[in-house]
Design a protein around this ligand. Structure first.
Ligand code: SAH
Length: 382
C-alpha cells in the first residue's frame, strides 16, 4: 500500500490497491481476504463507489469501510464530444478544480473496439521538441489511484455500451493506452500496479494485448517492465537516426537507437509478445523524406515491430508543420513495400476544434486548453 493511495484524512483510496493489497487491507481491518474480491466486484464490474450500496457486504463492514476507506476519482472540469464519437475530458487530480493540476483523457470508439487514452503524469519532463506537454514542464507523477480512477471514471461517464458502435455487448472500454500526458515509464512505480488492476479479471479485466504502455525510450525501465508485467509496448521512435532523434526526443542522447531497439526485441522475446508498435510523428520536411523511410527499413526489416505514422498535431508556438498527405502516403508505401508494416493513425476528434471555431461568439464561457499533444478549444459544460 503506498502513501499516495491515501487522502489527507488518511482514508485509503481503494482504487489504488491491487488485488493482493486489497486482501491485505481487508485483513488489516479484521475481515477475511475474500471480502476484497467482493469489494472488487462492486468497484470494477458495477462501478459503485458508495459502500452503502454494496448490499452483499455485512452492515458493520460497510460502516467500517466508510471510516477507513473511500473511492475517490478525478473531478471532471470539462467534457467535450466530437461528431465522430470521440470524447475528451479535462480532469482535476487534486480536488481543487485547479486547471494547472489537470490532465486529459480521451475515448475513441471504433468498429469493434473502444480505446481509452489515459495520462500517467501531470506534465512531462522528457522535453520532446514537437510535443506541447513538454512546454508546460513536469508537475508530478500520478498515483496508482489517479491512474485507475481515470478508467473507473470513464466507465461511469460512458455509461451503457449500447450507444457506442465500438463497444462490445458488455463493455465500452476494450483497450487502454498510456498515451495521454506524461512519460509512463518515468512513473514506473505507479504504472505497474495500475496495469495489473486493469488486466486483473476481478479488476477491469482487459486483455494483456489491449493495455499498451507508450514510452519515449527509457531503456532500463523497458527491460524491467519486460520482467514484471505483461502488457503491450509502444515506443515513440520518431526518427531513423541518432542525429535527428537527439533533436526530437532528447532522451536519445542517453539511450541511443541501437540500445533502444535491443531493449524492444528483448521485450518481445521475454514477453512472447506479437511485437512492438513504433510511433512516428510526421513532421513536414523534418523526418518525412524518402531517405528517412529507407533508413527505417534498414532498422526494422524482418523485426517484430510495426510502424504507426501519426500526422503532427499543431499547437501555438511550434516550429513544426504536419507532413502533407502525399508525403505521408509515400512514406508509408516505401515502408510497406520493403517489408515494414506501416499504418497511418487516423486523426480523430479534430472536428471538435472546427466546431468550436464555428461557435466563436455564440458560446459564452470558452477556454482554450493545451494539454498533451492536443490543443483543445472547449466550451465549459454546466
Ligand atoms: N511519453 C509517452 C506517451 C506520449 S503521447 C511517449 O512518448 O510515448 C503518445 C504519442 O503522441 C507519442 O508517440 C508522442 O510522441 C506523440 N505526440 C506528442 N506530441 C505530438 C504532436 N504534437 N502530434 C502528434 N503526436 C504527438
Amino acid at each position: 500500500m503506498t502513501d499516495t493511495a491515501t487522502t489527507t484524512d488518511a482514508r485509503v483510496n481503494l482504487l489504488g490497491l491491487t488485488r493482493s493489497e486489497l486482501e491485505a487491507f481487508a485483513s488489516s481491518i479484521g475481515e477475511k481476504p475474500f471480502r476484497a474480491r467482493q469489494l472488487m466486484k462492486w468497484l470494477y464490474k458495477r462501478s459503485v463507489a458508495d459502500f452503502g450500496q454494496m448490499t452483499d457486504l455485512a452492515k458493520d463492514f460497510r460502516a467500517r469501510l466508510g471510516t477507513v476507506a473511500e473511492v475517490r476519482v478525478p473531478e471532471v472540469l470539462l467534457r467535450q464530444a466530437s461528431a465522430d464519437g470521440t470524447r475528451k475530458w479535462l480532469l482535476s487530480m487534486d480536488g481543487s478544480g485547479n486547471a494547472s493540476q489537470a490532465i486529459e483523457m480521451v475515448y475513441i470508439p471504433e468498429p469493434g473496439r473502444g480505446t481509452l487514452c489515459i495520462s500517467s503524469q501531470i506534465g512531462c519532463a522528457m522535453d520532446c521538441s514537437f510535443c506541447s506537454t513538454a512546454q508546460q514542464g513536469f508537475n508530478r507523477n500520478l498515483s496508482v489511484a489517479d491512474i485507475v480512477g481515470q478508467v473507473w471514471l470513464a466507465n461511469r461517464e460512458l455509461g451503457n455500451a449500447d450507444q457506442f458502435a465500438g463497444a462490445t455487448a458488455d463493455r465500452v472500454i476494450t483497450n487502454v493506452v498510456f498515451m495521454g500526458m506524461g512519460e509512463p515509464l518515468a512513473n514506473y512505480r505507479s504504472i505497474v500496479p495500475a496495469a495489473e488492476i486493469l488486466m486483473d479479471d476481478l479488476g477491469f479485466d482487459i486483455s494483456r494485448r489491449r493495455v499498451t504502455v507508450s514510452t519515449s525510450g527509457l531503456v532500463p525501465q523497458m527491460r524491467k517492465l519486460a520482467e514484471e508485467t505483461n502488457c503491450a509496448l509502444a515506443v515513440s521512435l520518431h526518427a531513423p537516426n541518432d542525429a535527428l532523434r537527439d533533436e526530437l526526443v532528447p532522451i536519445n542522447r542517453k539511450h541511443r537507437i541501437a540500445e533502444l531497439l535491443e531493449a524492444c526485441w528483448y521485450y518481445v522475446e521475454r514477453q512472447n509478445a506479437r511485437g512492438i508498435t513504433f510511433e512516428y510523428v510526421m513532421l513536414d520536411g523534418v523526418n518525412d523524406k524518402p531517405e528517412h523511410a529507407y533508413e527505417l527499413v534498414e532498422l526494422l526489416r524482418g523485426k517484430p515491430g510495426k510502424m504507426n505514422l501519426i500526422p503532427f498535431n499543431t499547437f501555438p508556438g511550434t516550429q513544426y508543420k504536419r507532413s502533407t498527405p502525399a508525403a505521408i502516403e509515400r512514406f508509408r508505401d516505401i515502408l510497406n513495400s520493403h517489408g515494414v508494416i506501416a499504418t497511418t493513425r487516423r486523426t480523430r476528434g479534430d472536428d471538435i476544434d472546427a466546431a468550436c471555431g464555428q461557435l466563436v461568439g455564440r458560446v459564452r464561457d470558452r477556454t482554450t486548453v493545451r494539454l498533451g499533444s492536443k490543443v483543445m478549444s472547449v466550451s465549459v459544460q454546466p
